[in-house]
Design a protein around this ligand. Structure first.
Ligand code: MG
Ligand code: ZN
Length: 360
């Protein structure tokens, strides 16, 4: 917890405050610089401030992402090849720490292979996990384990998964995976539809929503899958003494943006926010977990306005594609102050390693 004291209110006792005074007269007594054991990186694909604001317009209590966050930053999302990034280059920048070209997965801009965050942290003894509401070979999750020149190379991407750097993965994509091969590699496999996730008790598993390519929309009955998957991943990853790294993606917020479907965006964003609530409660109790919530880019050029007649929030879009507007970075937990400021998306990678006191 960070405490800010206005020195003007504490003139009489200021002598015992040893922290630095800023020019504004604000004294920062203590940032939370406790050691970080676990990192949970939550990516709302295509989620800019307008998407958060549209979700907020539907609920009276503050969004959990707002009430939990201790520090706020802005991430500039351009790729090495384009002003407007795609989800491959957007997630890869965070994962490898360098901007790359659109559609690239886990490769530098010169197409050479770079270690992803999951691979680096696995080598350093962290358990690693991925949770998504899309297929596990889709661009965002793939950027944390695969190295391919195009996000559309599904077969090659799934082959990279068998490299074994991910301990726990939960999402869609069943038809692309070879379950016999997963079993040979030591993974248990589950289907969400047939399994009580509370009973899963293993450090290496892959769970699919069902046997289709992507989980259905929240509005079409996905239920609490994202929250259940995330908390099941955390419970099992947390058995590792050296801590864990988990990436959680609210994948379909982006798809609502591409469809210019405000209701799709809102329901997916609220589902993501309720998962943030569960993660936040766990992480605050744990005390050694840094949580970062951001996006790879904004999708749809979404905007909000007020309808004059009934004073209702209304939503509009300016494109069916992504935009180049910087996206918010929310952070809480130990070392979360590292995420304040305005920076390039690839800098998130170094901030995570700094927080873990790991040299690349
Ligand atoms: Mg995505
Ligand atoms: Zn997209």
């Amino acid at each position: 917890m960070r405490f800010i004291l206005l020195t003007s209110l504490f003139m009489g006792v200021s002598s015992w405050v040893s922290a630095q005074n800023t020019p504004q007269g604000i004294t920062e007594v203590s940032g939370n610089s406790k050691k970080v054991k676990n990192v949970i990186l939550m990516i709302g694909d295509g989620t800019g401030l307008a998407q958060w604001s549209a979700a907020q317009a539907r609920v009276s209590d503050p969004l959990h992402v707002y009430s939990l966050s201790e520090y706020l930053g802005l991430s500039k999302t351009s790729s090495s090849s384009h002003f407007i990034t795609d989800s491959g280059a957007g997630a890869t920048a965070i994962s490898i720490g360098e901007k790359t070209y659109n559609k690239a997965i886990g490769l530098r801009s010169d197409s050479s292979v770079a270690f992803t965050l999951s691979e680096m942290l696995h080598v350093k003894g962290k358990a690693t996990g991925l949770v998504a509401t899309c297929g596990l070979t889709h661009a965002t999750p793939a950027s944390f384990y695969a190295h391919q020149p195009s996000r559309y190379m599904d077969k090659e991407i799934v082959n990279d998964f068998y490299g074994g750097f991910i301990d726990i993965a939960i999402g869609g994509g069943f038809p692309l995976f070879d379950t016999a091969r997963l079993h040979n590699l030591g993974y248990a496999t589950y289907l969400y539809k047939n399994t009580n996730f509370n009973t899963i008790d293993t450090s290496d598993f892959v769970a699919f929503y069902d046997t289709t390519k992507h989980p259905v929309k929240y509005a079409e009955g996905r239920g609490s899958f994202l929250k259940d998957a995330t908390m099941t991943a955390i419970r099992n990853l947390n058995k590792n003494e050296n801590g864990f790294f988990l990436m959680v993606e609210g994948s379909q917020i982006d798809w609502g943006g591409h469809d210019n479907d405000a209701e799709y965006v809102i329901s997916e964003t609220l589902d993501f926010d309720s998962t943030i609530a569960a993660v936040g409660a766990w992480a605050k109790d744990d005390g050694e977990t840094l949580v970062i919530i951001t996006a790879d880019h904004e999708t749809g050029g979404m905007s909000l306005f007020e309808e004059t007649a009934n004073k209702e929030a209304k939503f509009t879009f300016s494109t069916k594609e992504h935009t180049g507007i910087p996206v918010p970075v929310f952070a809480f937990g130990p070392m979360s102050y590292l995420f304040k400021g305005v920076y390039e998306n690839n800098e998130i990678h170094g901030k995570i390693l700094n927080a873990l006191q790991i040299k690349p």
